[in-house]
Design a binder for this molecule. Structure first.
Ligand code: GAP
Length: 468
């Protein structure tokens, strides 16, 4: 399996910023990536892993706001894909599987990119990405193709580890490069224990690892990332129907996250792009500042996976149709979305800068309220009012992720919340002591409403539920 065939955006990394799939198109989201990257670090969404050591390429840490955003996204996926459906069940499998898994899946043999090394600067490049690129060591002097390069060789992208205490008895194992293989190897167990009949699906969210030669574009191409995958097993005669169904269902999911439809598109794979297991594939793409890029793949994997695991394990994974008594190996329709890529798309789409009526500028992260890391912030107008305001905060935080802020003037506190996308600010002022009401300010319209403290939880619940 070529890694390019698996994640189609990889094939054109050499273009522009390096990730554009639409090689001819210059279409880009207008946001400058540097602006977003610095906001993410400054506000605690995402920052380089092991930053105090200078970071490590392809690894990122999610801070207090980033983890909430990512958890909200994963919860939305799980609710839509598992909880709201009768025909999909969830699992959480181990990151490390029996090494034979990766022989059966084709990853040991062919999950690779072509790579060349520079004998002078010792840098490593993807052989299919050097055309037209300058040498990073001496960009003014030479192109990479003029460096002293080794022959191209295949570089397997799986991250290896050794299991076992002694060198002699240790076994090479792999950190999974995709989450779905444990769904295939556990197919029989899950089908029987969950009493499911084909057609049905198995879903999971989890970490995946790829030793990307050129991680780039912030979290877009990382070495450690999260996937949310669902494998839907069906009769061969129904594969086309389910492919259509899942493509529409998944596209709707992205629209419901609040993405402007102009930032989303689907792109069917050309025949020469298809992974060897795929009979058809379509990407859902988002318009990033570095061009149209895949955030999700919908794949018709045929019976490749179950047949291969049957062959390599010796355990039959075919099923019998109870009515017709037909014995068949189910076909698989896969939906595979990158959580980090979708979170990055949410951050890109949410960012806006605007001038208010008073002429001041504000930065707003316009997240859909159901995805916003903080749902509401309680602000006492004066520190003298802190006791009652804190009591409101304590009460609300049992139900939502609510923040408390008493530092600085109220305008600055509103700005801070706008910048992290908090949809509601709840201000407790001197009148609150008399009328038992608070002022609720909505992030986008900046409209303010006076609400009884006793009805606050209901007020927020209705609005947050309406939005989800
Ligand atoms: N099981 C099929 C599979 O893994 P893929 O197209 O290689 O297919 C699916 O990956 C999704 O995983 C992609 O659409 C992307 O969102 C995400 N993904 C793949 N490689 C990634 C990387 N290096 N960094 C971040 N996300 C990645």
């Amino acid at each position: 399996m070529s890694k390019d065939a698996s994640d189609s955006s990889a094939r054109s990394d050499a273009k522009g910023e390096g990730d554009a799939t639409d090689e001819g198109s210059r279409e880009r989201h207008p946001l400058a990536m540097e602006t977003l990257v610095s906001l993410c670090a400054a506000r605690g969404f995402i920052y380089p892993s092991s930053e105090i050591y200078g970071g490590i390429a392809g690894f990122w840490d999610y801070g207090p706001l980033g983890v909430e955003l990512k958890n909200n996204l994963k919860a939305a996926w799980w609710r839509r894909m598992v909880r709201e459906r009768d025909d999909v069940v969830g699992i959480d499998s181990a990151i490390i599987s029996h090494p034979r898994t990766w022989e059966a899946s084709g990853h040991v043999e062919g999950f690779s990119d072509p790579m060349v090394d520079c004998r002078t600067c010792k840098r490593r490049f993807r052989a299919d990405q050097i055309e037209g690129e300058r040498c990073p060591e001496a960009p003014k002097k030479r192109a990479i193709s003029d460096c002293d390069l080794t022959e191209s060789r295949e570089f397997n992208l799986m991250l290896r580890t050794e299991l076992g205490a002694s060198v002699d008895e240790s076994t090479t194992a792999y950190l999974r490069p995709e989450t779905c293989q444990a769904i295939f190897s556990g197919f029989k167990r899950v089908r029987e224990s969950a009493r499911q009949k084909v057609p049905f699906g198995i879903a999971q969210i989890g970490k995946a690892f790829r030793n990307e030669i050129t991680p780039r574009n912030f979290t877009f191409r990382s070495r450690e990332f999260e996937q949310a995958e669902m494998e839907f097993f069906c009769h061969p005669s129904e594969a086309e129907h389910w492919f259509e169904h899942w493509r529409e269902f998944r596209l709707q999911f992205h629209k419901d996250l609040g993405f402007d439809e102009r930032l989303l598109r689907t792109r069917p794979h050309a025949a020469d792009e298809l992974a060897h297991y795929a009979r058809a594939a379509e990407d859902i793409e988002f318009l990033f500042p570095f061009g149209w890029q895949e955030i999700e793949g919908i794949h018709d994997r045929g019976d490749w996976d179950l047949s291969r695991h049957t062959e390599y394990s010796g355990k039959e994974l075919a099923v019998t149709d109870e009515q017709t008594k037909e014995r068949f190996t189910p076909m698989v329709i896969e939906t595979s979305v990158g959580i980090d890529r979708t979170a990055l798309a949410l951050l890109v789409a949410a960012y806006r800068q605007e001038t208010m009526e008073n002429g001041e500028e504000r930065t707003v992260m316009g997240f859909h309220p159901s995805l916003a890391p903080i749902k509401a912030t309680v602000l006492p107008l004066s520190k003298k009012l802190a006791e009652r305001a804190r009591a409101i905060h304590r009460d609300l935080r049992k139900h939502f992720n609510v923040f408390y802020d008493e530092a600085g003037n109220i305008g600055r506190r509103y700005r801070r919340q706008d910048e992290v996308g908090t949809p509601y600010c709840v201000t407790y002022d001197f009148d609150s002591e008399e009328d038992e009401c608070v002022t609720v300010r909505e992030r986008d319209s900046m409209n303010q409403e006076r609400i009884p403290i006793a009805g606050l939880k209901r007020y927020l619940t209705e609005r947050l539920e309406e939005a989800s």
